[in-house]
Design a protein around this ligand. Sequence first.
Ligand code: NAD
Length: 350
Amino acid sequence: MYKLAIIGYGGMGCWHHKNIQEKIPQIHVKGANDIRPELEEKARENGIYFYKSPEEIWEDPEVDIVTIATPNNFHNDLVIQSLRMGKHVICEKPAALNTTELQEMVGTASDTGNLFSVHQNRRWDKDFVTIKSILEQKLIGEPYYIESRVQGSRRSLHGWRSYKVNGGGMVYDWGVHLIDQILSMTNSPLVNVQSHLFRIFSEEVDDNFKVLLRFENGLSALVEIATNCFINQPRWYISCKEGTAVIEDWDCNGKIVKLSEETKMEWDNDIIYTSAGPTRTMAPRPAYTTTEIPLPIVETDWTNYYKNIVEAIEGRAELIVNGQQILRTMRAIDAIFQSDRECTAISCRI
Ligand code: NAD
């Protein structure tokens, strides 16, 4: 049984506690630390010890794993100290605010031989796993364009997320999930990044963004976050050579429309009069040439993240969210900020 302590016992820190306690029998949450002393009572009510400081955790020989769930700007120091004090470390996303910081963290993990991973739990989201399944099974052939977006309408960023000093803003908050998902779909190098970050109502940080990623193999992806959106677009829109797939929402409503097998479409020689005007190219396709099929059913659970951590510590599996991948995502995020700052597309090889 591994013993785990949490630094930062707020929204996500409490979630880690509950999730591990309910679903991961190999890990026991021993305690938590938070700069807010009033959380001692909450920790006690939840049946765990309240550490007075991160140092008290580091000096506790019983603690094997430290999960860090503070605002983003505190991650770097806490990760590095925890690793140096001999602990395995799970850090909330984004682990760092830039590639230089993250390299230091990944390097410290490698020097100390301790496990270091970032909680990219959205690799196990049902919608994302469904998209991966469509692509892996080649249900509609090779993808050439992917749209991934999350849209809300609350028009404000919660708490520390609206401050630059804390590593706030939507690129660091949701962007890191969506970029990580797209990058984990392809090993093809990311060769071009173009972004537009908006500050519609936030004074310091991006509250909406649009990013276009181009890969060497010809795939492009549009990644969007909106917090000022009142008519939502689909969560995923996938264009492949043999069809189109759409996932509308978090409940995975959606469909696939693919070309019917063995059905060749006859072209009319005469111009066709359509609602769009006279056209052949944009005239509707005869219904018999396409088939609608349901989205594949997939089983997935965020818990698989921690299951993999246990297996990786015991040498029974490779770490799924590993240093190389998180560095790749961070480099892409650096390029996103650079593209917006310089108002230009960034050529890269990531
Ligand atoms: P939160 O504000 O709810 O909680 C943060 C907690 O950290 C607070 O209780 C605060 O008092 C404490 N804290 C601040 N500085 C500290 C320090 N130096 N030492 C100890 N404790 C400190 O924030 P949150 O929503 O829980 O976000 C925390 C982290 O989790 C962020 O990195 C965020 O990006 C991440 N997060 C991840 C997901 C996910 O799905 N993976 C979802 C939400 C948040």
